[in-house]
Design a binder for this molecule. Structure first.
Ligand SMILES: Nc1ncnc2c1ncn2[C@@H]1O[C@H](COP(=O)(O)OP(=O)(O)OP(=O)(O)O)[C@@H](O)[C@H]1O
Length: 351
């Protein structure tokens, strides 16, 4: 059986912000009822429009965001039942994170050697000599020349800086690496090198990886499984190899159809209106206000999890999934012909 390195169980993240009427506090539903288990060695890609909760999910997994409710398990332990010191130690050893922009995520005043030694010092790993040896190992692992050990981040190229971030994330030999838009701040010319490095490391170290990106083509290339999020909810999980044709959630199909290069020269599947506000998520299915297949049932209840046609690892929440074998051309046609009148937006009350 596959070892689970990290798991979210019914995780909600609600931010309270000021807004609306004077002194009124609003709730932003950044993540709603997220269930996700990540197995050793697999890459899970997270896709969805801006603001759907991808980064929140990543931050929850790495302990940077405390859930409002639900459980976050790393190596089978619920990390929010631990003391802060235990939690730092446990998550630090189990999960590494590579941020989008290495220019801001690396300490500008520290030499590369110190940046890489820092997690080993904080977590008191081995003797000083062993830590120095580990720094050399890490640099070799990510393809950094020894000559940059005493350089500052500003003296490195963008690609080299991201290699340092990756090495730092791997310093404590975590089982899971979270990569949140790891190439989007880099020059196009080095993006492929960093992606190849991540895929190579994942393979060599049998790492699990959560890969968050707006670039759906890249997510499809690197992932074993793709998770689609919409308005704070996970709406579908499916094997990457069946995507996009095998996806059964209307939103996943529409999202992929809007990605140039993945599909035929068709127009994207048309959706109705904008994404609703995360402060006023619709009742029932969050996607139903834009979905050409929605009916009253979708407005009344959140669909339960169902199994898709691509096996047991394919799950989705939809009352009216796209029938297996339906082409995108047919979906474009159906969506254009739908006499869709979005049902009034009922606001769901969350605790
Ligand atoms: N600290 C915060 N306070 C209030 N709202 C927040 C906070 N962090 C995130 N949000 C809101 O939570 C929702 C999810 O945000 P998140 O950054 O996780 O989305 P995302 O999918 O990663 O977006 P993007 O692709 O643009 O980075 C958004 O509506 C966002 O505005």
């Amino acid at each position: 059986m596959n070892e689970t390195v990290a798991e979210l169980r019914d995780v909600h993240v609600v931010h309270r912000i000021s807004g609306g009427r004077l002194f009124e506090r609003q709730r932003v539903h950044a993540l709603t009822g997220a269930d996700l288990a990540i197995a050793r060695g697999e890459t899970v890609g997270i896709v969805g429009e801006s603001g759907c909760g991808k980064s929140t999910l990543a931050k929850v997994l790495v302990g940077l965001q405390r859930p409002t409710s639900g459980q976050v398990l790393v190596a089978d332990t619920d990390v929010w039942t631990m003391s802060p010191a235990q939690r730092r130690e446990h998550i630090g050893a189990g999960v590494g994170m590579v941020f989008q922009d290495p220019s801001t995520s690396l300490n500008r005043r520290m030499a590369i050697r110190r940046i890489l030694r820092d997690p080993l010092d904080v977590h008191r790993r081995g003797t000083v000599a062993q830590r120095e040896e580990r720094v050399r190992e890490l640099m070799a692992l990510v393809g950094l020349p020894r000559s940059v050990a005493d350089a500052l981040p500003s003296q490195l190229s963008g690609g080299q800086r991201q290699r340092v971030s990756i090495a730092r994330a791997l310093a404590l030999e975590p089982g899971l690496l979270i990569a949140d838009e790891p190439t989007s701040a880099l020059d196009v010319s080095v993006r492929a090198q960093i992606l190849n490095l991540l895929m190579d490391l994942q393979d060599r170290l049998d790492l699990a990886m959560v890969f968050v990106s707006h670039d759906i083509q890249t997510v499809k290339r690197v992932s074993d499984r793709i998770v689609t999020m919409y308005l704070g909810r996970i709406v579908e999980q499916a094997p990457a190899r069946v995507m996009p044709e095998g996806a059964a959630h209307p939103y996943t199909r529409a999202l992929f159809s809007a990605t140039p290069g993945l599909l035929s020269p068709l127009d994207p599947i048309p959706l109705v209106g904008p994404v609703p506000s995360a402060t006023r998520p619709p009742s029932g299915c969050p996607f139903r206000t834009r979905c050409w297949r929605a009916d009253d049932l979708c407005a009344e209840t959140m669909p339960p999890f169902g199994t898709g046609a691509s096996g047991t690892t394919h799950v989705l929440r939809c009352h009216h999934p796209v029938p297996s074998g339906t082409s995108d051309a047919e979906l474009v046609d159906m969506a254009r012909r739908a006499t869709h009148t979005p049902t009034p937006l009922h606001v769901e009350e969350h605790a």
